[in-house]
Design a protein around this ligand. Structure first.
Ligand code: NIG
Ligand code: FE
Length: 406
């Protein structure tokens, strides 16, 4: 093929974690345009075919690009003061009841312009990308008016246009009760259902709809109204559920065919069965568990036994998880929740993609036909990514077939 540029690119002799498992022998991965064309053991590769490709690397650990399926990256202000209050013994719930917590971020987010929110969120997203993220979900939920929620979602969409990363947006209007609706939470839920969801849908700004089902947020019945409105608009649903108590939010979400139930420290056996029957993903958020010094563990063994796919995400946000580091979450998932390193990695690849409804396109997997989102790491084994807390091991980040970081 002298004189012509090879069109295919090659990673050879890699240790491959494909989204579900680590292959036992050295592998070759060939990418054509923006898709994975071939995944083959080196011992069985066709040398002539390999020679035609442009070699991108030899050796290293190759994984799918990381999928961070639960973040709140767009927000105004900071909650460092509340961090200090919590250190003095005030609980997350107590801070919320005093009008701080999510509502303090709501005030700062409402006061910020779209450009200011974009400028603040951009380095947060770049921090995730520098540690391997190629797909990220970004929620609204700090606006709590129709226009402020749409503003947040527009910022999320703009981030995806400005940076080489896939952004999936989620409308989280039912995150907290805004002060204008104090004593009228049903009225606020009506606004979410009758105005916010239709407006976000009309502008194509929401890929999914989420709720916070909790005593300090919204009841199961209120969340069900939001789910029904989302379904009317053909939007998939997710839920923050069983984070601080067991209300049955996960089971309610499962009844509506939720993509995922997230947090779930207080999920009971019936909730596990409901997720299993609905094919929903359990999204584990060890950063929030860590930050809130939670002691109730999510029911990992029961989820495992039931075969519920477990995703792992940063939950990056200014309150309960101000942690913008996906590989640290792999470590937390193992150390705090006792996931195996393979489970943690699947949680940030194949299962993260499933929690966003993107598994059918092959996202989060290294297999022929899947989008070529890849990470090449300078580590000895995939498990080492979860074992050591050590930023800077990402050698290459390939987004949509093109090298975006080396
Ligand atoms: O995922 N649980 C509710 N929502 C966020 C917290 C947001 C915040 O504290 O600002 C969460 O933990
Ligand atoms: Fe969250």
């Amino acid at each position: 093929m002298s004189g012509t540029q090879p069109t295919a690119t090659l990673w050879r002799d890699v240790t491959l974690f494909d989204g579900h498992r680590t292959h036992p022998e050295p592998m070759a991965v060939i990418v054509e345009a923006n898709r994975i064309a071939q995944v083959v053991p080196m011992a069985r590769a066709d040398d002539a075919r390999l020679a035609e490709c442009r070699e991108m690397a030899r050796g290293g650990v190759l994984t799918p690009g990381l999928v961070d399926c639960h973040t709140h990256l767009v927000f105004g202000g900071s909650r460092a003061d509340e961090f200090e209050q919590r250190l003095e013994g005030v609980s997350y719930e107590e801070i919320a009841r005093r009008g701080g917590g999510i509502l303090s971020t709501v005030n700062a987010t409402r006061a910020a312009s779209e450009d200011e929110l974009f400028a603040a969120a951009r380095p947060r997203l770049e921090a995730l990308m520098a540690e391997g993220v190629t797909t990220v979900e970004i929620k609204s939920g700090y606006g709590l008016t129709v226009s402020d929620e749409l503003k947040m979602l527009r910022v999320a969409r703009r981030l995806g246009e400005a940076l080489p990363v896939r952004v999936v947006t989620t409308l989280l209007g039912a995150h907290a009760l805004p002060p204008e609706f104090a004593n009228d939470s049903d009225g606020y839920i009506r606004l979410v259902c009758e105005e916010m969801i239709p407006a976000a849908d009309a502008d194509g700004l929401a890929d999914a709809v989420d709720v916070f089902c909790e005593k300090i947020a919204f009841s199961v019945a209120q969340c069900e109204r939001v789910f029904a409105a989302a379904k009317d608009h053909g939007l998939p649903i997710k839920a923050h559920a069983e984070q601080l108590s067991s209300l049955g939010g996960s089971a309610a979400a499962a009844r509506f065919g939720a993509l995922s139930a997230d947090h779930i420290e207080y999920l009971d056996e019936a909730g596990v069965a409901a997720l299993r029957d609905a094919g929903s993903v359990a999204v584990l958020l060890p950063g929030a568990y860590h930050t809130l010094r939670e002691t109730q563990l999510p029911p990992i063994d029961a989820l495992r036994r039931a075969g519920v796919p477990m995703a792992v995400a940063t939950d990056a946000n200014p309150g309960s998880s101000p942690i913008f580091d996906p590989t640290l979450m792999l470590n937390f998932a193992c150390t705090l929740f006792r996931l195996t390193p393979q489970e943690a990695l699947a949680g940030m690849t194949a299962h993260g993609a499933q929690a966003l409804g993107l598994a059918e396109q092959g996202l989060g997997r290294i297999q022929a036909g899947a989008p070529a989102d890849l990470c090449l790491w300078d580590v000895d084994t995939p498990a080492a990514l979860a074992y050591a807390v050590q930023p800077g091991r990402l050698r290459q980040r390939i987004f949509n077939g093109a090298l975006r970081h080396d």
